[in-house]
Design a protein around this ligand. Structure first.
Ligand code: CTP
Ligand code: CA
Length: 224
């Protein structure tokens, strides 16, 4: 009891967290985006900081706030920005948790002027963005790498596929079939799958509580 700080389980750990949506520009005033609130990532950042971690939170556009002396916020806009920021910090971290809802596609050409409504139909050509999580899996050394999987069908199979393909230590399966789970909701229901394919299913709970469950699993695994 003399030294509470020395008992914090994530003391001396550096954690990288990605959060929120990305915005992919169409022209100077428009973008392609998604409904991610950023809440899950911000709750992870706050919980990790409260457990003593030094957190770098790379976030797409969101209204979420996190003022904590152990949290450094790195705001980004596009998938490409997030990719570059993630690689800038990854080398020096012990744990990376990629909870952002990164755009899979972006407009192939960004109009330099505002697009006028002179067309009856307008087709946007999209190209793939880089997969940030998979790219970190390729360069990973000591880092404990955690991804999310947002699924609507064949959930376990798809999540296990992502775990293996992206070289992860843990994946958080978010099933959109569960009422109250994911994305815009205040609550979440997750299943964690580790590298040995051990499966732990959790109840529907607040995202703050889900964040604790995820961090507890990570702490158990890095000490195993
Ligand atoms: N992710 C990422 N970079 C991308 C796309 C996804 O880092 N360009 C990460 C997400 O942050 C998440 C994980 O990859 O941790 C899985 O995202 P998800 O959308 O479920 O899967 P995808 O691999 O993008 O495949 P699909 O959308 O086709 O299911
Ligand atoms: Ca995706």
């Amino acid at each position: 009891e003399k030294d509470i700080v020395s008992k914090l389980p994530l003391r001396n750990k550096k954690i990288l967290i990605t959060a929120g949506p990305t915005y992919e520009a169409i022209d100077p005033v428009r973008f392609v985006g998604n409904h991610s609130s950023g809440k899950m990532g911000f709750e992870l950042a706050k919980a990790a900081a409260n457990l003593g971690a030094e957190v770098t939170l790379i976030t797409g556009p969101t209204n979420q706030k996190a003022s904590h002396s152990f949290i450094q916020i790195v705001p980004v806009t596009s998938a490409q920005d997030m990719y570059e920021a993630a690689h800038r910090y990854f080398k020096e971290v012990d744990i990376a948790i990629l909870s952002a809802a990164v755009a899979d596609y972006r407009p192939k050409n960004i109009a330099t002027q505002k697009i006028k409504k002179k067309y009856t139909t307008l087709t946007l050509e999209l190209e793939k963005t880089k997969d940030i999580l998979a790219s970190l899996g390729e360069v990973k050394t000591k880092q404990f790498l955690v991804g999310f999987a947002l699924e609507t069908n064949n959930e376990l199979e798809n999540a296990k596929g992502k775990l293996k393909r992206k070289n992860l230590n843990l994946i958080v399966l978010n099933s959109l079939n569960d009422k109250g789970a994911g994305f815009k909701n205040e609550t979440n229901k997750v299943t964690l799958i580790d590298a040995e394919e051990n499966i732990t299913e959790y109840e529907l709970k607040s995202k703050a509580e889900v964040a604790i469950d995820i961090l507890n699993k990570i702490i158990t695994q890095i000490h195993a």
